[in-house]
Design a protein around this ligand. Structure first.
Ligand code: URC
Length: 322
């Protein structure tokens, strides 16, 4: 035992903010050229028998973070899953824990930036894209390879920075009132938020995680289809729910996703309540609908503060296994 006062209790390291774009040059069924593009920002962290790099300045166990970055670029070129963020993360993470004996845990967090194909006179263009929104698909993956012959993965895809706003169909009433309450109940208000969602997809028990099984896992689960459904459910419930509160709409959205995506065992949302404050125009003898009925037309979009509402809803039938 050393005389030092502290003992290291956790460690991990790797590369953050690895930015990579991959162009896939493909052909359609009738032989025409078609390109696909994906843009990732990746964080890849490693853990394992690396303690001596911290405690004894021993770098022999350190796979350099530069190599971690190179691996992201190498896989962007070689992985058959590069266009599928969840399968790509699985491929990258499985590589790190199988390539290095002393690495027993890997954390991959990535976001995929939005590039949508441009349509010209209704025809999708073969190689032109538009950044039509700030929204990202995300993946968070933890692979535990304490037993190298039985890799355990927790895969949590999601989305973030999906900005939505509705000008009606949102109330907030009957809330707790006390001596510090000034909020006025409203039957009709603007509801706006920037959606962050994360959801858990357990890997199929019949397909143990390995590099070879990733194509089968990706095919069986169809991650892009689930991502599309989650996004669509999110914006549809947002639009159609007669919202009693951000909390209630969040919960209804979770339930909709659990119905439409059987592979999802739990889903979490974090929703800032971005306040739009009706401007008082009474000095100009203008009624801007400041009362309970709402109907205001001129608002101040308050940059801060915002409410912050989050929750996780788990599928009942899988709860006992969590
Ligand atoms: O939907 C809402 N939930 C709240 O918890 C809350 N609190 C608040 O001031 N306004 C709102 N709106």
């Amino acid at each position: 035992m050393s005389d030092l006062p502290g003992v290291i209790t956790s460690h991990r390291y790797g590369k953050d903010l690895v930015r990579v774009v991959r162009v896939v040059r493909d052909k359609t069924a009738d032989g025409n050229e078609i390109h696909h593009i994906i843009e990732y920002t990746i964080r890849a962290l490693l853990d394992g028998k690396i303690e001596t790099s911290y405690t004894q300045a021993d770098n022999t166990c350190v796979v350099p973070t530069d190599t971690v970055k190179n691996t992201c670029n190498f896989f962007a070129k070689t992985s058959p899953h590069v266009l599928d963020p969840s399968a790509f993360a699985l491929h990258l993470g499985t590589h790190f824990v199988t390539r290095y004996d002393h690495i027993s845990k890997c954390y991959i967090d990535l976001s995929s930036h939005k590039w949508s194909r441009i349509s010209v006179k209704g025809v999708p263009h073969k190689w032109s894209f538009v950044r039509d929104g700030n929204e990202k698909q995300t993946v968070s993956l933890v692979i535990d390879a304490a037993d190298k012959s039985d890799l355990k993965a927790v895969l949590t895809p999601g989305l973030k920075d999906l900005h939505v706003l509705k000008t009606s169909g949102s109330a907030f009433e009957n809330f707790w009132r006390d001596e510090l309450t000034t909020l006025v109940a409203v039957q009709d208000r603007i509801f706006s938020t920037s959606v962050t969602a994360t959801y858990t997809i357990p890997l199929p028990p019949n397909l143990p995680l390995s590099i070879d099984n990733i194509p089968l896992i990706a095919k069986e689960l169809n991650f892009p289809e689930i991502a599309d459904k989650v996004r669509q459910d999110t914006i549809e419930v947002f639009a159609t729910d007669e919202s009693a509160s951000v909390q209630a709409t969040l919960y209804n959205t979770c339930q909709k996703v659990l119905v439409s995506c059987p592979a999802v065992t739990e889903i979490s949302y974090a929703l800032p309540n971005k306040h739009y404050i009706p401007v008082n125009l009474s000095a100009f003898k203008l009624d801007n609908g400041l009362g309970y009925e709402g109907g205001a037309e001129v608002f101040y979009p308050a940059p801060d503060p915002s409410g912050w509402i989050e929750a996780t809803v788990a599928r009942k039938s899988t709860l006992h296994k969590l």
